[in-house]
Ligand binder design. Structure first.
Ligand code: B16
Ligand code: MG
Length: 217
């Protein structure tokens, strides 16, 4: 039986994807090149340092190890400038309502995010108290598609992996959920997230009926 739902944060509950994009774009412009929204797709669910490596390879730029750290810091400062302007408007429509319905149905809920800023974002939007478990980029260092982030969430929730449903917008995140032996719901487009057990455009389009239909997988 399904006992818990594990939610990714960026792109599932809050629309921070564009803020990440603007901050990375600013960094590439400083370095003398540019990235597109399409390049940004590859960065979803990927840790900050891993994103930086991908970006530098797009621009054909190489730097020393400590310079890498400075560049990542700079990107994060610009990203946080956007984060501090966020309001409830940036919560994806219907997300909170679905999470509330899941809890009312007696299931546990956790956040599993690659972001080191997950706590800041949840606090800023007054969402932190809704989740009994938060596993983020500060405690997990193996990037999705490694299943560690979801396995740790299940452990902290006190449930078995096969009784968890994961909600994810990133291809790497769907793979991580599947690798953890969990059922996965892709948030976004069908053709991108074809390895998910179910795909919906947003959490707001998800019903409890859809959720429990996954029991049969
Ligand atoms: P930060 P998620 C991920 O969050 C984002 O999708 C990804 O684009 C970002 O690089 C990563 O967090 C790290 O974020 O720089 O804030 O630590 O989708 O796993 O919630
Ligand atoms: Mg995401």
């Amino acid at each position: 039986p399904i006992k818990a739902c594990i939610f990714d944060l960026d792109g599932v509950i809050v629309d921070t994807t564009h803020f990440h994009y603007l901050a990375w774009k600013r960094l590439t412009n400083e370095l003398g090149f540019d990235i597109t929204e399409e390049d940004n797709e590859q960065l979803k669910g990927v840790s900050r340092m891993e994103c930086l490596r991908i970006i530098l390879s797009i621009g054909g730029v190489s730097t020393s190890a400590d310079k890498l750290y400075d560049l990542a810091e700079m990107k994060n400062r610009w990203y946080l400038e956007h984060i501090y302007t966020m309001t409830e408007q940036n919560v994806i429509a219907g997300a909170v309502e679905f999470i509330d319905a899941v809890q009312k149905a007696g299931l546990k809920v956790a956040i599993a995010s690659a972001s080191k800023n997950a706590g800041i974002i949840l606090d800023k939007l007054n969402l932190r108290d809704r989740f009994s478990v938060l596993v983020d980029g500060n405690v997990v260092n193996k990037s999705k598609p490694n299943p560690e982030i979801f396995l740790r969430s299940a452990r902290e929730l006190g449930v078995e992996p096969d009784s968890c449903i994961v909600f994810e917008d990133a291809i790497s995140g769907i793979q991580a959920a599947n690798n953890a032996g969990m059922r996965s719901v892709g948030i976004g487009s069908d053709d991108m997230l074809k390895n998910a057990h179910l795909v919906v455009p947003t959490l707001g389009a998800m019903s409890l009926e859809d959720l429990f239909s996954l029991e049969n997988f």
